[in-house]
Design a protein around this ligand. Structure first.
Ligand SMILES: *Cc1c(COP(=O)(O)O)cnc(C)c1O
Length: 389
């Protein structure tokens, strides 16, 4: 099977909502993936910030293999130790004592759950950010602040207002006593790795306290150590009411979570929400393995250091306007070059990234990426930019 053969069959059998992929991947080890023609790539996109420990990590293989050979699925009629262990661990990672977790499979579902939870405050209005990405299901899409994704599917859920990201004055105007929740990404990933002012989350917390609105942190992309912290908001010193997670949580397996803190933890009552696969023993085994590796290998401090090095080196490259982000979630904004073309040229020399918009390359490699691989990425990036100018 060649790339061309697989891409042709994709086009014939898979709906056209994604467009046509360039290559077909068949194998991966760590940060290196292999396509169907046998070409190898340095994977600096990580399944869009999802393969947090890369491909075929021995700890995930072991945890998943042992669990699926023991008990695969139980539904939520029964308790299982993995889901409980993971919930306890996630609560511990928030630094709060009083919190509770709902498990699902994806980011959209985690945000759907947060949206439903907020209705249990008795209020229904929501404030979100323009440009934000919170998922594609009808509830999550109602939160997503990107007109091109929303408009074909109107009408969406009523009562959601989108304000400019990072503009605390706009938030202050939009959030009222009727606001059930405010949802915000600590860094807007899909929008092009946009970082808010350093006191934004802190001020947003105060506004939400003032109006008794839940503050929901969408950590689907920034979470699980990607920014050098567990969730990506910790630098601000705030405590959110809700944290949503997915992407990196399952280390490549489909797992999402909605963590509710304090009084928000008790808003759901029996029958209010559910998910057949939520908290499945196999996916939660993978997540426990992911967290254990990140903790025992001191990966968080490594990620922070590598992020600082990447920003420093990439910002020096002629043609690069600025480098945004923290840790291993970075957006490289180009002065004049087309980000899609640069992403294609990088793929041709064996580097996978993505163009988050026309001018920004996003990188989100596995957290196990080595300094050698980072240096290789930087030199390839330099070469591609120099050749394109
Ligand atoms: C990817 C993403 C989502 C949606 O996650 P899915 O698993 O694709 O549903 C939600 N929020 C953010 C911040 C994301 O990056």
């Amino acid at each position: 099977m060649t790339n061309k053969n697989l891409v042709d069959r994709w086009n014939a059998s898979i709906q056209n909502n994604y467009g046509t992929p360039g290559i077909a991947l068949v194998k991966g080890k760590g940060v290196v993936v292999t396509d169907s023609d046998g070409n190898k790539y340095l994977d600096f996109l990580g399944g869009i910030a999802t393969n947090i420990l890369g491909h075929a990590h021995p700890a995930i293989i072991k945890a998943v293999s042992e669990q699926i050979a023991t008990l695969s699925h139980v539904s939520n009629f029964y308790a299982h130790p993995n889901a409980i262990n993971l919930a306890e661990k996630l609560i511990q990672m928030t630094g709060e004592k009083n919190a509770k977790v709902f498990f699902c499979q994806s980011g959209a579902e985690a945000n759907e759950a947060a949206l439903k939870l907020s209705r249990r405050t008795g209020k229904s209005k929501v404030v979100a950010a323009q440009g934000a990405f919170h998922g594609r299901t009808m509830g999550a899409l109602s939160l997503t602040g990107q007109p091109a994704k929303r408009e074909p599917f109107l009408p969406l859920i009523k009562g959601v207002k989108h304000v400019p990201y990072g503009d605390i004055g706009a938030m202050r105007k939009a959030v009222t006593k009727k606001t059930a929740m405010v949802i915000i990404e600590p860094i807007m990933g899909e929008a092009g790795v946009i970082v808010p002012p350093s006191d934004y989350l802190k001020q947003l917390r105060e506004i939400c306290n003032d109006k008794s609105a839940l503050l929901v942190i969408d950590a689907v992309q920034t979470g699980m150590g990607r920014t050098g912290d567990w969730f990506g908001y910790e630098y601000s010193g705030i405590t959110p009411d809700v944290i949503t997670l997915a992407k990196g949580l399952g280390g490549g397996l489909p797992l999402g979570a909605m963590i509710a803190i304090g009084t928000a933890a008790d808003l759901f009552q029996p029958g209010d929400h559910g998910s057949t696969f939520g908290g499945n023993p196999v996916t939660t085994a993978a997540a426990l393995a992911v967290i254990k590796v990140i903790e025992t290998k001191d990966i968080l401090s490594k990620v922070e250091k590598q992020g600082r090095f990447l920003i420093q080196e990439l910002a020096l490259i002629p043609g690069v306007k600025e480098v945004r982000g923290t840790g291993l979630l970075l957006g490289i904004e180009l002065e004049t070059l087309d980000a899609k073309q640069i992403a294609n040229s990088l793929s041709e020399i064996g580097i996978l990234v993505n163009a988050a918009n026309e001018s920004t390359i996003r990188i989100a490699p596995a957290l196990i990426v080595t300094d050698v691989q980072i240096n290789k990425f930087i030199s390839c990036f330099k070469k591609v930019i120099a050749n394109a100018k």
